[in-house]
Design a protein around this ligand. Structure first.
Ligand SMILES: [Zn+2]
Length: 285
């Protein structure tokens, strides 16, 4: 089946988990390769089988090169231990309906699918390039769409779990689209995340070298007083290639001086620490 057909068929079967981002009405029909709301707003499935649900053009903060570096690094297993920890918090992974918020180029959902996440999955990102890559590489793993949480195209009480891995949050929106008892699983870097890289790039600039996630953690507990948290910390060995991908992937390198970047390129790190905090909570109402 062509991807555009597969995407349209998917929407026929699952249109109830989406809503029109313009009027927030439900999608009533799938007409050919378009999904149509009660007020006649329609959105076309792309040739790649994805759906573009943004009202304005997408932001492309992350260029194609950066996205493919992230994929290459992900393929080396860089994120596997943290994703294993995420997976352990998903109830009934064989059937859970899961939304990956800010899914990027799709590697995380792909790995989780390989582990056994087998229900309906939707990955969305504001970057069209990211979604094209996701649909190109991991079409079978999820339905991929370009969307913005601020104009949410997802229906109320539609999801069992929300994955919020290194991406921005909108807790009110998460609560709206989660089923009662559904879970939000958020991953934030903590103080030791890529510490070796930050020391290398910002030897003299302590404000950029140090990172503290306390505000994010406090905010999460304010919204979800019964939340639990878990620290995941591990070391990843790097070779020249994977070090290069890491440098291209991380926003940490954006603010570094040319001198620091040249020094880093001449002295590639042999290993780096991945240290994150998992924040997990259930929707109580
Ligand atoms: Zn509409």
């Amino acid at each position: 089946m062509k991807k555009i057909e597969a995407g349209s068929l998917y929407l026929k079967q699952h249109r109830n988990i989406f809503q029109c981002p313009i009027c927030k009405g439900s999608f009533e029909t799938v007409d050919g390769h378009s999904v149509v709301c009660a007020n006649g707003h329609h959105f076309d499935v792309s040739k790649k089988g994805t759906l573009h649900l943004l009202m304005k053009g997408g932001q492309n903060e992350y260029g194609k090169e950066m996205l493919s570096s992230r994929k290459n690094l992900a393929d080396t297993g860089f994120f596997y231990p943290l994703l294993d920890a995420v997976y352990a918090h998903i109830d009934n992974p064989e059937s859970a309906i899961v939304l990956d918020v800010g899914c990027g180029e799709g590697s995380h959902l792909h790995y989780l699918t390989e582990k056994g996440l087998a229900g309906t999955k939707v990955g969305f990102d504001i970057s069209k390039d990211a979604i094209q890559l996701a649909a190109g590489n991991f079409f079978e793993d999820a339905f991929w769409c370009v969307a913005d949480l601020a104009h949410s195209p997802f229906a109320e009480s539609a999801f069992d779990a929300i994955l919020n891995i290194f991406s921005p949050s909108q807790y009110q929106e998460f609560d709206r689209v989660l089923k009662p008892g559904g879970k939000v699983i958020k991953v934030v870097p903590n103080a030791k995340y890529l510490i070796e890289l930050r020391e290398q790039l910002y030897a003299l600039d302590t404000t950029k070298r140090e990172y503290d996630n306390q505000q994010v953690v406090d905010r999460f507990y304010e919204i979800y007083p019964d939340a639990v948290s878990e620290e995941v910390i591990y070391t990843v060995d790097l070779d020249e290639k994977s070090y290069g991908w890491l440098m291209e992937m991380t926003p940490l390198s954006w603010g570094a001086s040319e001198e620091s970047l040249a020094n880093a390129a001449a002295n590639p790190l042999k290993s780096v620490t991945v240290a994150v905090t998992l924040l997990v909570a259930s929707k109580t109402i």
